[in-house]
Design a binder for this molecule. Structure first.
Ligand SMILES: Cc1cc2nc3c(=O)[nH]c(=O)nc-3n(C[C@H](O)[C@H](O)[C@H](O)COP(=O)(O)OP(=O)(O)OC[C@H]3O[C@@H](n4cnc5c(N)ncnc54)[C@H](O)[C@@H]3O)c2cc1C
Length: 405
């Protein structure tokens, strides 16, 4: 992926913060970290990609790890939707595509032997639909259309994008299977505290408060949720940066149709719409005859969708997609929507803490360490969650806490 000016600035900010990304590449990554001193008792908060990677690597290093997760499943923002679709069809609520240069993500895909397949189809036409102008894009025009509509980050040759065969959440599920009894599900954290000798985490379990004590805490809870948690052990500056971090809205609407009528007309179900919307057919290489078309709206459009009732989300999307692929209405069977701003445990799709706040936000406070996509130059990617997690693993492994906090 070509480095844009924004990415360059982001990565420079990391270097300025003293975090070497080369030091956490998979080749020399967490597996190269040597256990310093006695094993620590570590509480990892959140079983998304950042929490799972940390729990996995810390366990390999010999530390005693427990993961507290608010949801009843692992993966956080990596979640493959099977419901309410028919015939085993599925689509992604969150992470869907992996570019060839996300070596950390690809390394773990390989660790768990998960097969990859192309994200985009290699045949049939897409449609470019821009404020009333409808243009058919042959498959060899895909690269240009993607780059023009979505910019360099999400553009480029379609064959540089992959997906995990069977759904992206096979990756967090593979970690969770290894960690098994170390993960406590349905345990939302409500307070994080520490004193000179230990860190303590208060969480809800079966309607009551419970407390666990540890040498180190790794907090991967998104700042959008963390700002509602009691954090008496954190300095004012850290709490301010947690409060200030703004999360982007993303809304996705899925329409299941009784057949893939668009293919008969030579289209693959992908379209380049105007504004901040991508249109995908996640089922292009899943068994038919039914299919799913979906919209992927980012800030600007996502909030408008989030403000609608479910019925209206489906209705406006049917109207929008019927203009692009006439026949959507008459073939529609059922629909679903996912608006990340209303997800209780994410409260948004992704965020970057910002250059000014980065050093403060990423720094550990005594025994409390931090990771998550928002604390990485690859924010909004699994790669970001993983890179920040490997940095935190090293930090915790090497930490020698002083008696005064
Ligand atoms: C719509 C969308 C599309 C995306 N597309 C891609 C893509 O194509 N490719 C890609 O690589 N990445 C993509 N991403 C980004 C990727 O999904 C994230 O960067 C990554 O999954 C974030 O991992 P994380 O561990 O930092 O956070 P999370 O996944 O949010 O994990 C945090 C965990 O903490 C838990 N939690 C929250 N509050 C509490 C609490 N109080 N107590 C205990 N646990 C709590 C949450 O339930 C969650 O499991 C996408 C994300 C979204 C939302």
């Amino acid at each position: 992926m070509a480095i844009t000016r924004r990415q360059f600035l982001r990565r420079s900010a990391i270097a300025a913060a003293g975090v070497s990304l080369t030091a956490i590449s998979p080749a020399r990554g967490a597996t190269a970290v040597i256990l310093r001193g006695p094993a620590k008792k570590v509480l990892v908060l959140g079983a998304g990609m950042a929490g799972l990677v940390a729990a996995y690597e810390l366990t390999k290093l010999g530390h005693d790890v427990t993961v507290l997760e608010a949801r009843t499943r692992p993966g956080g923002r990596v979640h493959t939707l099977h419901e309410p679709f028919s015939d085993g069809l599925f689509a992604e609520a969150g992470a869907a595509r992996i570019p060839t240069n996300h070596e950390l993500t690809l390394q773990y895909v390989k660790t768990f032997d998960l097969p990859l397949e192309p994200f985009y189809p290699s045949q049939l036409k897409a449609i470019r639909f821009d404020r009333g102008d409808r243009e058919e894009v042959p498959i060899d025009g895909f690269t240009a259309a993607m780059t023009v509509n979505y910019g360099e980050d999400l553009g480029g040759r379609p064959d540089r994008w992959f997906k995990i065969k069977g759904g992206t959440d096979l990756l967090p599920k593979a970690f969770a299977k290894q960690l098994e009894s170390k993960i406590k599900y349905g345990c939302p954290v409500v307070r994080i505290e520490q004193d000179a000798n230990a860190a303590r985490v208060v969480f809800r379990k079966s309607g009551a408060n419970a407390t666990l004590t540890a040498d180190s805490v790794l907090c991967t809870i998104p700042f959008s949720v963390l700002r509602q948690i009691e954090l008496p052990a954190l300095p004012e500056r850290k709490r301010d940066s947690i409060k200030r971090t703004r999360y982007d809205a993303v809304s996705r609407v899925y329409l299941q149709t009784k057949n893939r009528f668009w293919e008969e007309k030579g289209f693959n179900g992908f379209a380049f719409a105007h504004g901040a919307v991508e249109i995908w057919q996640p089922t292009w290489n899943q068994p038919g005859p039914r299919g799913i078309l979906m919209t992927y709206a980012r800030p600007g459009e996502a909030e408008r969708i989030a403000n609608l009732k479910e019925k209206d989300r489906l209705e406006t999307t049917k109207r929008q997609l019927d203009e692009i692929f006439p026949g959507v209405r008459s073939n529609f069977e059922r629909g679903y929507s996912k608006c990340w701003t209303e997800d209780e445990w994410s409260r948004g799709a992704w965020a970057f803490v910002g250059f000014g706040d980065f050093a403060t936000a990423v720094a550990p406070n005594g025994r409390i360490h931090f990771a998550g996509e928002h604390l990485s130059p690859w924010f909004s990617w699994m790669q970001g969650a993983i890179s920040s997690s490997l940095r935190a693993v090293r930090e915790i492994d090497e930490a020698q806490y002083s008696a005064t906090v």
